[in-house]
Design a protein around this ligand. Structure first.
Ligand code: C5P
Length: 343
């Protein structure tokens, strides 16, 4: 291990930067500089076998937080998961982890159960966009890619949960093998959720469900003979609100809110009216986050907690882990309350 340079204004934080033999190594220097600019002391180690899938699991088991590779085009021209995450993202996330309170870090580094803290949970997740048909070839939809829902599923699986995803139309495919139910319209998603919700201990509504659909679908392709065309729309079922209304004992219900203005106020109102345990707020007016994006910056609002939890820009998989950290905390506080009520 070689010490490359000391910090200018030391924060006392010590970073071990392990560089593997892949082509992505050329970006490691930017990561190194990012940490140095943040006042960290960085030592670099290069190992021949550090990137083999068993070593990663071992590190994870030891409580090391892994920043997953991004998806996209790599230097070797292949497309898919494996691309080194943006250096800025790695630095931001690592600094965020260092900021976390020592007890949390200590717990995850020492408890064997850190990897399967969701092992008793059956999680039902909705993902992607719905399509509401206008005629046989046209529909109303939105730009949701399904990434956030799939990332939540992947993260939950790696923490021991049983996961089912009900996905509308997505532009990406899940990276982990999933119990996946495919649907098209809000009505189909509503039906699939209604069938599965009773056995879920946690429901996460990450889908961008269309709020309106055409009142009637034209059986034939609508001709452009008229100068103007009026479509009469009706509201779709609010799937999340309905799951919440039929909430089973102990079921945790988490929603998402994509907002363009007054994000926190609007989301807090949804948390209250839909009677949720937590809501993840995305300000979709900002470029590069939320809808159809690889990364996310969000705020989590938790029931009975007036303080918003800010997630800085990070990969959707890491955001998913941070959201699940809050779900685990909610579950623990609920269990503690139930135990107190019994005594
Ligand atoms: O009210 P709004 O559409 O902003 O709420 C967003 C949340 O509600 C998301 O969690 C989304 O998955 C869910 N939702 C739903 N069914 C709808 C509309 C939204 O489950 N018809």
């Amino acid at each position: 291990m070689t010490k490359l340079s000391g910090p200018q204004h030391s924060t006392g934080k010590k970073i071990a930067l392990a560089v593997t033999g892949g082509i992505a190594a050329y970006k490691a220097i930017e990561v190194l500089r990012g940490f140095q600019r943040a006042g960290c002391e960085v030592r670099v180690a290069m190992t021949r076998h550090a990137c083999e899938q068993r070593n990663i699991e071992k590190l994870r088991h030891d409580g090391v937080r892994i920043i997953q590779p991004d998806e996209g085009e790599m230097a070797c021209r292949a497309i898919g998961p494996g691309r080194l995450s943006e250096p800025e993202l790695i630095v931001n996330l690592a600094l965020e982890i260092l900021k976390q309170d020592k007890t949390t870090l200590h717990r995850s580094a020492n408890e064997d159960s850190a990897l399967d803290d969701l092992r008793d949970e059956q999680i039902l997740i909705t993902a992607g966009a719905t399509r509401e048909p206008i005629d046989p070839v046209r529909f109303i939809s939105n730009r949701s890619s399904g990434r956030m829902g799939f990332a939540l599923a992947e993260a939950a699986l790696s923490r021991g949960a049983q996961v089912t995803v009900i996905a509308g139309v997505t532009t990406v495919t899940p990276r982990a093998p999933l119990n996946l139910v495919r649907v098209n319209s809000a009505a189909e998603m509503h039906e699939a959720v209604a069938r599965a919700a009773h056995s879920a201990t946690i429901f996460i509504g990450a889908a961008a469900v269309s709020d309106y659909r055409p009142e009637a679908m034209s059986a034939t392709k609508i001709k452009k003979s008229r100068a103007n065309l009026e479509l009469k729309l009706e509201r779709t079922e609010d799937i999340l609100a309905e799951v919440s209304r039929g909430r089973r004992n102990g079921q945790l219900i988490i929603g998402f809110a994509a907002e363009t203005d007054n994000a926190i106020e609007n989301a807090r109102e949804k948390l209250r009216t839909k009677d949720l345990d937590a809501i993840v707020v995305n300000d979709v007016s900002q470029a590069g986050i939320g809808f159809d994006s690889e990364n996310n910056a969000a705020v989590i609002l938790v029931r009975d907690n007036p303080k918003p939890i800010e997630l800085p820009l990070m990969s959707k998989l890491n955001a998913a882990h941070r959201i699940l950290d809050e779900v685990v905390k909610l579950r623990r506080s609920r269990s503690a309350k139930t135990a107190l009520q019994r005594n």
